[in-house]
Design a protein around this ligand. Sequence first.
Ligand SMILES: *Cc1c(COP(=O)(O)O)cnc(C)c1O
Length: 473
Amino acid sequence: MKTIFEHSKVGNLAVTIRPLTVNEYKLDANLLRDNLPLPEVSEVDIARHYTALSKRAFGVDDGFYPLGSCTMKYNPKLHEEIATLSGFCNIHPLQSSDTTQGSMAVLSTLSTSLCEITGMDGVTLQPCAGAHGEYTGLMLIGAYHSARGDFHRTKIIVPDSAHGTNPASASMAGFEIIAVKSNEEKGVDLDELRKLVGDDTAALMLTNPTTLGLFEKNIEEISKIVHEAGGLLYYDGANLNAVMGIVRPGDMGFDVVHLNLHKTFATPHGAGGPGSGPVGCKKELIKFLPNPHIEKNDGKYEFVNSEESIGKVTKFYGNFGVCVKALAYILTLGGNGLKEASENAVLNANYMNANLQDIFDTETNRFCMHEFVLSLQKLKDETGVSAMDVAKSMIDKHMHPPTMYFPMIVHEALMFEPTETENKETLDEAIQVMRDLFDDAHTKPEYLHSAPNNAVIKRPDEVRAARNPIVKM
Ligand SMILES: *Cc1c(COP(=O)(O)O)cnc(C)c1O
């Protein structure tokens, strides 16, 4: 396919510029460019080029998208409409707060709702991604220990079933990472943990459900061990759609939590944004939250700064449009609706898992939460067909591949997250696709080795495509 630059032909134009009706202003020569290499194309060229590009992409509006850990669920269009109301999208963050009371009410109501959902006392909406929230939360934890003169708490304990961003964020925030192994049941090994905590423990970060889609059974004990050693507890709540409305991190003993509005709270994501990773904390940590935060005094919303704040973590107040969509989602569903969303997420994952367990191995025989991980090691040993081959074959069946080779503690892993927005018919079709591919692996493995067979792009060198992308001429 040609790039838009290759469509360019000198003189083609997609706009009609009206005759000038004001005085012409001559810019200084040093402000002018000699040449501006933009493609010269007509309107029809542009329309066809971008429509063709959009047809090559696969999104949640196209079909089943079980990308584990990413929560690619359907996003109701109503929320898009609300976020694009002109009162929300035609304002500027530097406007006087007298003129932005409605938008400040949105931020304030969302913060209160997220406190209620997580069992926390304060929230910042500034972080623009889950990992950004982790970084912010760890800065809060660092500030908390420093303010108490406790300067030797430099270590963050991270279980081996944690999301990959956890150790990465802790390292970026300047901490040392201590890994704690999983036990037989794939939860945190408590005896190991007891050996690792000490007066250098800043916090333990727990991804719950874990990357195996399992609820950590020993949270109360973990919480006790870490708190007794003087450390804090961080909850990676990116996948709160497994538990929201059912249990709250605050009630489980966690001090800090981040959420992914762009996963759990139904805002579209992918292609790098926009996201939102709010961080909630217990009251002892509120004064360290990023500046500014919103207070309501005499019926009026105001931005207020705290002296002990860790400072700003992004421009202005975060990704406001994402916040509007999340609040619209919360208010549309209400408390019971949020709980039902989690129940359906868990039900859908268990339904799919149960219907695949006779042919693929799962790591545990427990019920899963919102996602599950299959191991295709046995299939590979028997047929030579790998998890990669099966994932690529799903593209031919008009399904987005699941997350592959993650978590790394499972061999030939495929991680499925069907999400709560899929109906039984779609799940049944997906189960059938997986069963068909299992049969194909035994009868025509070459076909799976060469998959995708119907897609425009086959198997790019993924590392090279990520490291040296060619996105323009
Ligand atoms: C997605 C995810 C993250 C990271 O979120 P980003 O918005 O991609 O930075 C962190 N933890 C878990 C468990 C996740 O699923």
